[in-house]
Design a protein. Structure first.
Ligand SMILES: Cc1cc2nc3c(=O)[nH]c(=O)nc-3n(C[C@H](O)[C@H](O)[C@H](O)COP(=O)(O)OP(=O)(O)OC[C@H]3O[C@@H](n4cnc5c(N)ncnc54)[C@H](O)[C@@H]3O)c2cc1C
Lengths: 258, 381
């Protein structure tokens, strides 16, 4: 079977993020870039399915730049080194909103004809949590979001997905092809091993200019606009109190929480 | 940054893999390994799976057939594991106990002992130093006497790294006391051989490493366990030492840099006489002077690596680098302790640990004076 796994390049969650003074975005100098952690989980899940189902193929797909300072090829190479078979990069320098991403992915699905698309439940940069759902809608495919366990039927015609929902677990079964988005506890992504890194050198990383998809009917116009980005308010210094009475007093008068 | 020796995307990916392994598997358990007095042996398997244990070895034996640039990346990252003893144990496995076997061993011996070491299924140790002979390797006394198809080994070895974790030793023994430099052999000795025993030693630093005193009482191993030709052991061991020294230089310059960065942060935060310690000019002088030495050590090391990548002899330069890095690391650790004040003297401080750990660099793998002694000889004095 063929599985597409999506990859977004995001700032390392460990780096401290600074907002540009004009509020138009974040400062990207000296930021370390990584695969969106939820996408890493998606790749891992795709690889595990591939290891179980003989003759499977995992293709990574991403939308983004192909040159420094926004070179998504770095992240795709990591995914190839983890064990994916090939990668496709739709080249654009524009920051796209989830709907446009979903439309572009839908175009790739038309040509790649996967049986399953595995995605991160959200990207940790803008936390939209939307592309997977929108892609399912555009394709008219079933979807299981926030997956914490994925199992395919013996004939690979359907998938059973366990989702963590408030207060319990929900089990969904749906026919393939379909969309799964990965939650944190789905698996623990592997490291790229040295043999994997060396093998990845020979794997294909195909670049498609976004214009090609536009010619094939992709609509890149968005519906939302980034108005302003602001850092969260600075945390104020803590205060030591003398007694419980004083604490209650301050919680009431200053913090106004009780 | 001299990125020229490792600037491909593969080097970068490899660095990320080692870094992740260090951050997730080694550094969080650094103090636990100190208490255990050794690394968790199971981690070797994981390193084997990731391909870390045979970087320059032939793929036929499970290696990756790469050059020194990858070794440089690996040990620059391992240096951040926050446990010099653990880094030393790994170095013994990859570059001290196994190079001779890889280069000179028979196919049968390599299949039996090298491949499992590259996979991390077996841990190796290098047994050369003896209670009465360290710097002067040719004075060792441990005897291997031939009895039919076996060697019968008697003697003892001291300060041996991986003493408790090792599954086999690369032992240097005398097989012919009359033959001078042609009377030594390198022999693979499994540690479950009857007559072998060890005792752990208590060290001032490198707590995460199991250093031991080894005893051989009529230990029998097949003569086919000899690495390369009988009588060539001394020469083969001298070559094996070169790799070890270069790695000591890589680890030391990366480790000192990490300590410097930690110390800089500390000086920027620590307030003395109402201002950050880093605002005192004397502190700035110290930090800049240290960084100059660290950078020089690193660049000399990279010079050696470039020569080794081109397969040129670098004995002279590696000896210089080993001497320079050892002294540099001791100086940096000492200054960093000083800048940390009382906290620097605590076992929990990186500077304090570096002070006792780096002291080894100028002794192990050939003392500073031995490096100088050999360089003087090479210069024809
Ligand atoms: C923690 C640790 C781990 C070790 N791991 C291993 C291991 O895994 N395998 C192994 O085989 N060995 C190991 N060693 C041993 C190490 O290689 C020796 O300690 C080292 O080679 C010095 O030998 P020595 O201790 O016998 O000192 P000696 O040979 O007695 O030398 C003592 C001092 O004399 C001086 N000196 C020596 N030669 C000269 C000279 N020609 N001119 C002027 N001065 C000189 C030097 O200052 C030297 O430090 C380890 C040692 C330590 C401390």
């Amino acid at each position: 079977m063929k599985i597409l796994a999506t990859v977004k390049r995001v700032p390392d969650p460990e780096t401290s993020i600074k907002v540009k003074p004009d509020g138009s975005g974040i400062v990207t100098d000296n930021v370390k870039w990584v695969i969106n952690p939820f996408d890493e989980i998606a790749i891992e899940e795709a690889l595990r399915i591939k290891e179980k189902v003989a003759g499977s193929e995992v293709v990574l797909v991403s939308i983004g730049g192909n040159a420094a300072p926004n070179d998504v090829k770095e992240q795709l190479r990591t995914g190839l080194a983890m064990g994916a078979d090939g990668a496709i990069l739709v080249v654009t320098d524009a920051a796209l909103e989830p709907l446009v991403v979903a439309r572009a992915l839908a175009k790739l699905v038309e040509t790649e004809k996967p049986d399953l698309v595995v995605m991160g439940k959200q990207a940790i940069d803008d936390d939209s949590n939307a592309a997977g759902q929108m892609l399912a809608e555009l394709l008219g495919w079933p979807q299981a979001t926030f997956a914490s366990k994925v199992e395919l039927s013996g004939d690979q015609k359907s998938a059973t997905v366990i989702r963590e929902v408030d207060g319990g677990l929900e089990t969904l079964r749906f026919p393939l092809p379909g969309i799964v988005t990965a939650d944190l506890r789905l698996n623990e992504p592997r490291y790229a091993s040295l043999p994997g890194i060396m093998k990845a050198r020979k794997k294909e990383l195909k670049e498609i200019p976004i214009g090609d998809l536009e010619k094939a009917g992709l609509d890149v116009s968005g519906r939302t606009q980034l108005v302003k980005m602001e850092p969260p308010p600075k945390r104020q210094a803590g205060k030591l109190v003398e007694s419980v009475d004083q604490l209650v007093e301050l919680l009431h008068t200053e913090a106004k929480v009780i | 940054m001299a990125a020229d020796i490792y600037d491909t995307p593969e080097h970068e990916l490899f660095r990320q893999t080692v870094r992740k392994f260090v951050q997730e598997e080694l550094a969080p358990r650094a103090r636990e390994f100190d208490q255990m007095g050794r690394i968790d042996k199971r981690l070797y398997r994981k390193m084997g799976e990731l391909g870390l244990l045979g970087l320059r070895y032939d793929p036929k034996w499970g290696g990756s057939g790469l050059d020194w640039s990858y070794t440089a990346v690996m040990f620059e990252e391992i240096a951040h594991c926050d446990n010099a003893g653990v880094a030393m144990g790994i170095t013994v496995q990859t570059d001290m106990a196994t190079p001779s076997l890889h280069q000179f061993g028979s196919d049968e011996l390599r299949a039996r002992y090298l491949m499992p070491a590259v996979k991390g299924e077996m841990v190796a140790a290098i047994a050369v130093t003896e209670p009465d002979a360290g710097s002067d390797v040719a004075s060792i006394k441990t005897r291997a006497v031939r009895d039919g198809d076996d060697w019968v080994i008697n003697g003892s070895k001291i300060y041996i790294t991986n003493a408790a974790t090792a599954d086999w030793l690369c032992l240097l023994a005398v097989n012919d006391p009359e033959a001078g430099y042609g009377g030594f052999s390198q022999i693979v000795v499994p540690t479950d051989s009857p007559g072998f025993s060890y005792q752990l030693l208590d060290k001032i630093g490198n707590w995460g490493s199991d250093t031991g005193l080894l005893f051989f009482e009529d230990v029998r191993v097949p003569v086919t366990n000899t690495i390369g030709d009988i009588g060539r052991g001394f020469q083969q061991q001298m070559m094996q030492f070169q790799d070890e020294r270069l790695i000591a230089c890589i680890s030391t310059s990366a480790g000192s840099k990490a300590l410097w960065e930690e110390t800089r942060r500390y000086c920027e935060e620590r307030i003395v006489f109402k201002k950050p310690l880093s605002k005192m000019q004397v502190t700035q002088f110290k930090l800049v002077e240290m960084l100059t030495e660290i950078t020089a050590a690193r660049e000399l090391t990279h010079h050696c690596i470039r020569k080794r990548i081109r397969n040129e002899d670098a004995t002279m330069e590696i000896s210089m680098a080993k001497l320079f890095c050892g002294r540099m690391a001791r100086y940096v650790a000492d200054e960093c302790i000083q800048l940390h004040g009382g906290f620097g003297y605590m076992k929990e401080s990186k500077a304090g640990r570096a002070f006792v750990d780096t002291r080894l660099i100028s002794i192990g793998g050939g003392a500073d004076e031995v490096m100088i002694h050999y360089m003087a000889k090479m210069l024809g004095f």
